[in-house]
Design a protein around this ligand. Structure first.
Ligand code: IPE
Ligand code: IPE
Ligand code: MG
Length: 242
């Protein structure tokens, strides 16, 4: 039996290449991040239009705190500005936003913006936009493990009760289906600590294009590539399709 559904339910994107895009044009790195916001807009529109139900965008990894402080501040600032500016349009398009990542390290103003965008767009049913912001998959797995261990210690759960759904429900992606398609722009072919558990049976697509140049047409091309893949989930191909 093979699984061939032409539109992925969940697309996750590692938006990479902003710095290289800026460098090629003799600009500062933060200008690449600014240019990347237009690609976010285009991809959200294209995803909603094509019937994708979940779109996860990797916007800032836990490791990205190690970048120069000016760049980190510029990204935080851009996040806040974009959230305020885009809320009405997202609402109009029926997009609800969920921010996924550890919140401990954010400033008050970033925390306020996260709460604002989540509540302003709550109830949008066409597409859920998941923003991975201060996200790292190993940290997510570590926190989930601690959470489950505490439940076992409290006698709520026995070790034998731990199954895939208990783990899945303890992750930051709880309630979100696994990604069907993971795209990473800029030609890099790695996950960089993104959705390690959830990516088990995802299809991967690594276009060369840098994120600020990834627009509607590039997203549609990714969907065409996905539609041509044969997902077998460890089973054998369905002979009726051959
Ligand atoms: C992706 O672009 C954006 C973030 C990681 C925040 P980069 O900033 O990593 O761009 P490159 O990889 O240096 O070109
Ligand atoms: C991954 O990109 C994180 C985001 C896109 C937010 P990086 O540019 O930080 O990853 P590496 O350093 O190339 O692995
Ligand atoms: Mg990068």
């Amino acid at each position: 039996m093979s699984e061939k559904k032409s539109i992925p339910q969940h697309v996750a994107i590692i938006m990479d290449g902003n710095g290289r895009w800026a460098k090629q044009l003799g600009k500062e790195r933060y200008e690449g991040h600014i240019a990347g916001v237009e690609s976010v807009r285009a991809v959200v529109r294209a995803a909603a239009k094509s019937g994708v139900r979940w779109l996860t965008l990797y916007a800032f990894s836990t490791e990205n705190w190690g970048r120069p402080v000016e760049e980190v501040n510029a990204i935080m600032e851009l996040f806040c500005q974009t959230v305020v500016g885009e809320a009405p349009e997202l609402k109009k398009q029926g997009v609800s936003v969920r921010v996924m990542g550890e919140r401990k390290r954010f400033s008050e103003s970033v925390l306020r913006m996260i709460e604002y965008i989540e509540s302003a767009t709550a109830g949008g049913e066409r597409l859920t936009l998941v923003l991975a912001f201060n996200y790292s998959s190993r940290r997510e797995l570590l926190l989930a493990t601690r959470h489950i261990a505490c439940r076992v210690a409290a006698g709520e759960l026995s070790a034998e009760d731990i199954d895939e759904s208990v783990i899945g429900d303890s992750l930051m992606t709880r309630g979100i289906p696994d990604p069907d398609l993971i795209i990473r722009t800029s030609g890099e072919c790695r996950l960089s600590n993104f959705l390690l558990w959830q990516a088990s049976y995802a299809e991967f697509y690594f276009p060369e294009v840098l994120w600020p140049d990834f627009r509607e047409e590039a997203f549609e091309e990714a969907l065409r590539v996905y539609a041509g893949r044969d997902r077998r989930f460890g089973l054998v191909a369905d002979s009726s399709n051959e």
